[in-house]
Write a protein that binds this ligand. Sequence first.
Ligand SMILES: O=P(O)(O)OC[C@H]1O[C@](O)(COP(=O)(O)O)[C@@H](O)[C@@H]1O
Length: 402
Amino acid sequence: MQSLPISFVPTRPFPCFSLKSLPFLSNSRFVPQSSLLYAFSPAPMSSFPGISVRCGVSGSSGDGFLTLAEFVGNGGVGAVGADDLDVLFQHLLYACKRIAALVASPFNSNLGKKGEIVGEGVGGGERDAPKPLDIVSNEIILSSLRNSRKVAVMASEEDDAPVWIADKGPFVVVTDPLDGSRNIDASIPTGTIFGIYNRLVELDHLPKEEKARLNSLQSGNRLVAAAYVLYSSATILCTSFGSGTHTFTLDRSTGDFILTHPDIKIPARGQIYSVNDARYFDWPDGLRQYIDTVRQGKGKYPKKYSARYICSLVADFHRTLLYGGIAMNPRDHLRLVYEANPLSFLAEQAGGKGTDGKNRILSIQPVKLHQRLPLFLGSPEDIEELESYGDVQQRVNPGYEV
Ligand SMILES: O=P(O)(O)OC[C@H]1O[C@](O)(COP(=O)(O)O)[C@@H](O)[C@@H]1O
């Protein structure tokens, strides 16, 4: 394999390697992950300063690779309002590329951590204090959504209340800006999650605070699109506009997201369960029995299951989507609006399931913005088998220290 130059200078323009100029890539429809270029700073190609987005490219570029912009331009969105959604997505992706650079940067170790009092006595106190990465990510996303001019309201896991952005914005965006951030110092994968709804025009007459809240409390059934971006050895975008789930991998040399897994189908059954099983003694009998059974290969699938748990929801879900099995958190910890709904939408669009152990996630009407619940996502046959044990929701939730 040909070796490629690597640049770690985030602000300097980097010579652009197009995929066309790389003969070892040009005959394949999909980009092998091992062949991705790890150039840090993409060449500027669009109106977004510093990071290139190949917006407005129509049709396939002829090299066999399909970028997200081309996918959307070729009808991949397929919905009414596709142009607006396209614009919104370009801004969301720009935000995620900035976050990807941030979480990989050697210069972020002085950013504060949640719960820590930072900056006191240094340079005049709180005003100059470095901010935690999840707060910075939240600000990056908010600013991109404002710039898109396509969003009425953003509700974020990081904010107490939703932010009203623009009266005529066609969309409502719910987001967890940086999930898994508690692991970030160890370079464990993190992710951003999005859900996109239409603005409920019938609420336009209400006071801003009220319509912001009600627009954000739409049930998952009404999602127009959802996505997550996984920041790992590769930066992966997984998205659905309501007709299949597709993943794209960031080509760091051009800033394009290249279609790598079109129309993913989650295996009907996997052989992996993913859970924090240090909590075993706080689980109800049904969940213990289920895990004991599949561990021993005594379930409906007569093979012993393996355990995988990263403790980073996007990463655990991404693996589950590709390999099958169940990613779960049985205590009421994960949020319905920001995490469970978007990921359940992506799971269902790939032929999988999302449940709280009793109810289909997308059918639950949220009553509170930060509502938490047990979450089980994965292969349909594994989820059905788990639910047959009845008692799988952890009721004891003592507030674990790590
Ligand atoms: O402590 P548990 O129950 O294993 O929960 C871990 C889960 O919490 C998360 O870290 C999210 O928690 P936060 O929303 O508090 O950041 C997920 O990424 C992970 O899957």
